[in-house]
Design a protein. Structure first.
Length: 293
């Protein structure tokens, strides 16, 4: 018997939801409902310096106004550090994680010494300076913990339910990525993998800007012996200059003075039919029937 569908919407409480956030929330809710499944809300507040006090409550009220209410109690990542530490300890014991002493400046210098030119706006591929087989920390204090990507098994292939066949060679495109940051905070990649497994998430529906994270998360799932969910990455809402709409580039808070209109705008991005004006409940019911389950 197939496992019951369990999906989630996982916003970061760095401010209120904007139009792009609502698209992702609506898509994940509809996917869960179309499959007769459970929909959860998780606050990804692990990056505490960026979180805005009270934003989590604002987000939950915004979702409720749009008829999107978590089927189970909301989970906050900031309360789950012990679970992330257990996962890191398992990776260390298996030889799949190691301490790193490199600063960003160190990484850039190492890449320049190798003649590697980093593309603008692209993150630097970690050159493996602190790998145990290369001498480790060499007496320097540890700043962060990294996942040891295995080069011969680093190409990840998966089928995205929206984007189709995908592939990424994590060793060459990302390198050994951070699990715990130099400031002591847990990295997104580890936290999301641990929490998806803990909550029994079977399907992840999120914005297309997060698709690049999928290969790293699959490698972590494999290393920890955790199941891999199905993935669907939804279209993004773009700003006036073609950039992704986000809190970082000044996206305005979602205007919910007229919830049906806000939902219909989100539905248009998802390619859903937009019937005449109706109640939130009726709109959600119509879109659930129209969603490709």
């Amino acid at each position: 018997m197939a496992a019951m569908y369990r999906g989630r919407f996982a916003p970061s409480p760095t401010g209120p939801l904007h139009a792009g956030s609502l698209v992702a929330a609506l898509a994940s809710w509809l996917d869960a409902r179309a499959h007769g499944g459970v929909w959860l809300v998780r606050m990804e507040d692990v990056d505490t310096p960026r979180c805005v006090p009270g934003a989590d409550g604002t987000i939950l009220r915004q979702l409720e106004t749009c008829g999107l209410v978590s089927d189970e109690p909301v989970l906050w990542q900031s309360q789950r550090g012990a679970h992330y530490q257990q996962a890191l300890d398992r990776l260390v014991a298996a030889g799949r994680a190691y301490p790193c002493a490199c600063s960003r400046k160190d990484i850039e210098a190492a890449l320049q010494a190798q003649g590697v030119v980093r593309e603008r706006h692209h993150s630097a591929v970690y050159p493996g300076t602190c790998r145990p087989e290369r001498g480790g920390l060499r007496g320097k204090p540890a700043r962060a913990w990294r996942f040891a990507v295995q080069p011969l098994r680093s190409e990840v292939r998966w089928t995205d339910h929206q984007l189709g066949p995908q592939a990424q060679d994590v060793a060459t495109e990302v390198g050994d990525f951070v699990l715990k940051r130099a400031d002591g905070l847990w990295a997104y990649q580890l936290a999301v993998v641990v929490d998806d497994a803990a909550q029994g998430i079977t399907h992840v529906v999120r914005g297309e800007d997060l698709a690049d994270n999928t290969a790293r998360q699959i490698l972590l799932q494999q290393a920890l012996g955790l199941p891999t969910p199905a993935y669907r990455h939804t279209p993004l809402v773009l700003g006036d200059h073609g950039e992704k709409l986000s809190k970082q580039n000044g996206a305005q808070a979602l205007d919910l003075s007229d919830p049906p209109t806000a939902l219909m705008q989100a539905a248009q991005v998802l390619g859903l039919p937009t019937p005449g004006r109706d109640t939130v409940t009726n709109l959600l019911a119509a879109w659930t029937k129209a969603w490709p389950a």
